[in-house]
Design a protein around this ligand. Structure first.
Ligand code: ADP
Ligand code: MG
Length: 295
């Protein structure tokens, strides 16, 4: 079964879509089979990978509202090892259309299940809200990754987000973990950015021994520098690796993918086998009793 990542932050403009697309592309470049799912009615992720929802017959909206439609119909090839399921503006209506439906948190994972085993990684680009669409992403995910900018008040937003993840853990998905923070449009040399990062690291370190879903959360490395090529690539419908593979942006997302993968396969300490001590065969006790077993 694939590793399912929800790229989530209820704040807009923090780098969710940029990170979903380019981290997915970077993981695909390492040999992983990846599927991107756009859950934002703005469909920026879809456009970023060069897919126009108006030209496609089956979108994620259809999967939410029509059980006769299948993920098989919705999935589109983007690049080698990289597929996508697009969104469309109608998806905005799904929030209210689904309000009364039983078990509405699990619609996406149920719809995706028949094709799940084709992938190693599924990356879901969440909308900037905490409604039923985001809950569907969290119900299906193994892991939440939070893109953010190291700004004043950013930590408050992260607090709210963690609270939501905590509630989802209690109700629909007890296995869910917050795996990492991506620092986007990062200005490494400002005092503010440094303070925010220190606060974040302090907060997560303090949670290590708790049972909170973010106890294993890491600030992922490297931070993604501000890079104009990352902002230009979406208008060409290309990932950064297609648009400008030698840019800082491409280098940062490639290194980030490695960091994410390392977190999944932590280096195990090489076990030194215990020396085999040759114990001579224990001498047979002399038959001191002189008695024999009764026949
Ligand atoms: P979200 O999905 O959270 O709303 P986006 O990924 O769409 O955020 O990013 C918001 C804007 O910032 C977009 O115009 C995007 O191109 C730009 N952007 C994101 N990351 C970077 C970066 N590292 N450098 C420069 N521009 C960026
Ligand atoms: Mg977005």
């Amino acid at each position: 079964m694939p590793r399912v990542i929800a790229m989530m932050n209820q704040k807009g403009g923090v780098g969710k879509t940029t990170s979903a697309v380019n981290l997915a592309a970077a993981l695909a470049a390492t040999g992983k089979r990846v599927c991107l799912i756009d859950l934002d009615p703005q469909a920026h992720m879809s456009l970023h990978v060069g897919l126009d929802p108006d030209e496609l017959d089956c979108t994620v909206y259809d999967l939410f509202t029509d059980t006769a439609r299948s993920a098989e119909e919705a999935v589109v090839r983007v690049d080698e090892r990289l597929d996508a399921i697009v969104s469309e503006t109608d998806l905005a209506a799904a929030e209210s259309e689904l309000a009364e439906q039983d078990d509405r948190q699990h619609i996406l994972s149920r719809a995706f299940a028949p094709i799940a085993d084709r992938y190693d990684v599924v990356m879901i680009d969440c909308p900037p809200s905490l409604g039923v669409l985001t809950i569907n992403a969290l119900a299906m995910a193994d892991e939440v990754i939070v893109p953010m900018q190291a700004h004043f008040l950013a930590l408050q937003g992260v607090g709210k987000l963690l609270e939501t993840v905590g509630l989802v853990c209690q109700s629909v998905n007890p296995q869910l973990e917050v795996g990492g923070i991506i620092l986007c449009m990062h200005e490494r040399n400002t005092n503010l950015a440094r303070e925010v990062v220190d606060d974040l690291e302090g907060f997560f370190t303090g949670a290590r021994d708790s049972d909170a879903p973010w106890r294993n959360c890491r600030v992922l490395q490297p931070p993604i520098r501000r890079n104009i090529k990352l902002a230009e690539a979406p208008s060409f419908g290309q990932t950064i690796f297609q648009y400008e593979p030698t840019s800082h942006g491409a280098a940062d997302y490639a290194a980030l993918a490695q960091c994410v993968l390392d977190g999944w396969n932590p280096p195990t300490d090489v076990e030194v086998p215990a020396p085999v001590v040759e114990t001579p065969e224990a001498p047979q006790p002399a038959d001191a009793s002189g008695t024999q077993d009764a026949p």
